[in-house]
Design a binder for this molecule. Sequence first.
Ligand SMILES: *Cc1c(COP(=O)(O)O)cnc(C)c1O
Length: 233
Amino acid sequence: MISENVNRVKQAIEKKCLECGRKPEDIKLVAVSKYFGIDAILQVKACGIDNFGENRAQELTLKFDRLGDSVIWHFIGTLQKNKVKYAVRCAEFIHSVDSLDLLYEINKKAESFGKIQKILFEVKTSEEESKSGVNSEEEIFKLAEEAKKLPNIRAIGLMTISPLTEDEKLVRKSFSYLRNLKEMLKRNGYDYLELSMGMTSDFEIAIEEGSTILRIGSAIFGQRDYSKDWRQI
Ligand SMILES: *Cc1c(COP(=O)(O)O)cnc(C)c1O
């Protein structure tokens, strides 16, 4: 049952917050709805969740055209330049900005939609080859500096995906790297508020390490059926 899942996740967040002296209301829960349909999203929404995350521009567009602004959309996947217009049209937050090219394109499309696009920079915090994201401090500073100059961009934080491993130490290292990077940016005048980190398997560690946005999918919706055609939602 979806409502039981949501309650279980909410309780786990509260418990962990209590343990480490944080306030649950300082943490935004984004329900990652990729591969799940409108009915499931509405069930989650009925449990008081307003933020939903999608990782493919076309799937996001399809759901946005059904649900519009009745929920808050987060684009969390790898973004190709030619798909930027879809993400900007639908998403209040884009979590996955990792190049100047993408930044400029988002600014351009945001201008054409007459909106200020909130973005986060995705940072590569592990050695995994498959992971995308900015992978040097120099690069993140360059992005932060450019973002400041772009009128239709508002950079609000950093995002990462932890390495796929059972080794809790490596996961923690990845999250604490992101937190330290945020603090370093702050000392240099880029005062970002948000740390988007923590998924089903590691959100408790992420809370301990300072996460402000959790992106949780399967703990809420159940296992994803990757053979399912997402157009049939
Ligand atoms: C799918 C996805 C999630 C959620 O994953 P779960 O393990 O199901 O919680 C979070 N972040 C990103 C970027 C994703 O693609």
